[in-house]
Design a protein around this ligand. Structure first.
Ligand SMILES: [Zn+2]
Length: 234
């Protein structure tokens, strides 16, 4: 399968405001990682809203890899109100709200969705998507929107052409929000642009003018571990 036939994650947060009333994505663009960071050492409660038992277990096992590198605990529970709520609504894309924004989503709406994971999903694909969405849930933005040193030099026409079509069928606004928008550097804790990051999209060479291309990352990179360790130190 060609990379641009892949489903892409959309990062949620439009309309979410911080405690101070700033619109985190629109009006106060860029205050993401820092503004959505959980308190260090927090126990984040999580439950599944639906999904096959074994599939849920696979998601739990992969998500917990983040706990090895971040001082935060991900506590899956069976019922009751939770900070994070996971759905497997097929066809609704894969996405997550960022970090503490999840607490602003009213019960029992999902804060994370796995729109193409099924009991038949291959381990590589499951790891790629689950580590990535839990990265958002810890407050990480898409690595391809890392503004360091000007960020990626996009071939905008090619990106718009490919993402406007199936299977993503994104609107111009969604493409702008998820591909080209760059965050303000002072709102972020960041590393140099990391092509190995779990938060990178797969990027075909045709999408860039600076020879950047990225494959399907499905492990936490050394810089992912370093960054999350700085955000959530022990
Ligand atoms: Zn994403």
């Amino acid at each position: 399968m060609a990379i641009n036939d892949k489903h892409f994650c959309t990062c949620m947060g439009e309309g979410i405001t911080s405690d101070a009333g700033h619109n985190l994505l629109a009006g106060h663009k860029g205050a993401l990682l820092l503004a959505s960071k959980w308190e260090v050492g927090t126990s984040v409660s999580i439950r599944f809203l639906d999904g096959d038992d074994q599939l849920q277990q696979r998601v739990r096992d992969v998500a917990r890899e983040w706990m090895d590198v971040a001082n935060i605990s991900l506590n899956f529970q069976e019922g009751g109100a939770t900070d994070i709520r996971i759905a497997f609504e097929q066809g609704n894309g894969s996405w997550s709200y960022l970090g503490t924004m999840c607490r602003q989503i009213p019960e029992p709406q999902p804060t994370m969705n796995f729109g193409w994971l099924t009991p038949d999903s291959a381990d590589d694909e499951l790891r790629r998507v689950v580590l990535h969405e839990f990265g958002h849930a810890l407050g990480l933005i898409h690595e391809h929107q890392n503004p360091k040193d000007g960020g990626i030099d996009w071939n905008t026409d090619a990106v718009i052409h490919d993402l406007s079509g199936p299977p993503n069928n994104w609107s111009p606004a969604t493409i702008e929000e998820n591909m080209f928008k760059k965050y303000e550097q002072n709102a972020l804790l960041m590393t140099n642009v990391d092509k190995e990051s779990i938060m990178m999209y797969p990027i075909p060479l045709s999408w860039t003018l600076d020879q950047t291309s990225v494959g399907l990352n499905n492990t936490l990179s050394p810089l992912d571990k370093e960054l999350i360790g700085q955000a959530y130190p022990r």
